[in-house]
Structure formats: structure tokens, C-alpha cells
Design a protein around this ligand. Structure first.
Ligand code: ZN
Length: 192
């Protein structure tokens, strides 16, 4: 069985002009029978929260074997060094290289049974989501869907490299997901 845990719930705060004041991504742990996968390590600010979550779940960060980065932005990747023994995956197209990361070119890349990286560009060229077949179908969307509002109102991320592609990507998530875990904020049900 595959289990998902939220290691830290991220936030995204803007001022009235839309300038970002604070951004910390949500971080997710996927446990399969033989793999420990983290999607988006998040920021230094969130590290105490992430550490506490590992203690509560009863897993050691050193045992995480895989880290998937939804994209290369700092608010998602800052704690990458915390997972010293993990193989790191990112989709191609990032403007900044992540040292040591394996770059994926495929539209869909299977990490293991039930866990697939899906290219969902639009926020930035390398943006991808992680589709997980567990008790329900989960999409860990990164900034394909930064906030629940983007999904409910069908609007592309405020920061985007291609708004049309971003909407296509939201559509792709919508088709699959029972539950969406956005880049920032709490998981939510796709239909309610
Ligand atoms: Zn973000």
C-alpha cells in the first residue's frame, strides 16, 4: 500500500500589488512498500516542522531514497541537502541547474509502481506534478496549482512562463485527481 503524509504545509503571502512577501512550499512524503520519496523539500524556515513530522511518522530522513522536485524555485528546493542519500529528479527545462539531480525528458516518468512524474509546464518550463495511485488518486501539483484558488477558479499561477500551457496542465491534473496537494497550502478534494 502507498501512504502519503504532509511533512509541512506551505504558505504563499502577497501584498496588495501581488508582490510575494513570503513563500514556503508544501512538502510531502510518499511511502511505498520499498521506497521513501519526498516531493519538494521546501525551505529552511519549514525545516523544524519537517523534522518534527519525520519523528511523528517514525521515519529517518537519511532513509529517504528519492526526492522529486516539482521545479527548481528556491521556495521548493532549499532543504534538498537534508536528504543526503536520495536520488534527485527534476524535469528538463530549468533555468538553474540543480547539482547532482537526474534530469528527466519524458512526458511521464514512472518512479515506481503507483508513483509517476508528469510534466505539467506553464508555471515554469520544467514544472511537473507527481501522480500517486494510493487509497485515492492524488496529485502533488507543485506550482502547477500553487493555491486551491487556482484550481477552483481555473486561473493560471500569477507567476507563469506560459499561461495557456499552465491552464492545459491544470486540466491534466483535474482529469486524474481525487485529491490535489497544491504547491502551497493544504490538500483538498478535487470535487466537493
Ligand atoms: Zn512555489
Amino acid at each position: 500500500m502507498i501512504q502519503l503524509d504532509i511533512l509541512a504545509v506551505g504558505n504563499l503571502e502577497r501584498d496588495e500589488e501581488g508582490k510575494i512577501l513570503e513563500a514556503n512550499s508544501t512538502s510531502v512524503l510518499i511511502r511505498t512498500p520499498d521506497r521513501l520519496i519526498v516531493v519538494d523539500p521546501s525551505t529552511k524556515y519549514m525545516k523544524p516542522m519537517v523534522k518534527t513530522s519525520f519523528k511523528q511518522i517514525g521515519v529517518f530522513p537519511k532513509d529517504v531514497d528519492t526526492v522529486i522536485l516539482t521545479h527548481s524555485h528556491r521556495d521548493h528546493v532549499e532543504n534538498l541537502g537534508f536528504y543526503k542519500n536520495a536520488k534527485v529528479y527534476i524535469h528538463s527545462g530549468a533555468s538553474e541547474e540543480i547539482p547532482g539531480a537526474t534530469v528527466i525528458d519524458e512526458e511521464e516518468f514512472r518512479i515506481c509502481e503507483g508513483v509517476t512524474m508528469v510534466h505539467t509546464p506553464g508555471h515554469c518550463p520544467e514544472e511537473c506534478s507527481v501522480f500517486v495511485e494510493a487509497d485515492r488518486r492524488y496529485v502533488i501539483a507543485g506550482d502547477t496549482i500553487p493555491l486551491e484558488d487556482n484550481f477552483r477558479k481555473n486561473v493560471p499561477p500569477a507567476l507563469n512562463s506560459d499561461p495557456d500551457l499552465a491552464l492545459e496542465s491544470i486540466k491534466r491534473v483535474r482529469k486524474y485527481a481525487d485529491v490535489v496537494i497544491p504547491g502551497h497550502g493544504f490538500p483538498f478534494m478535487a470535487e466537493w
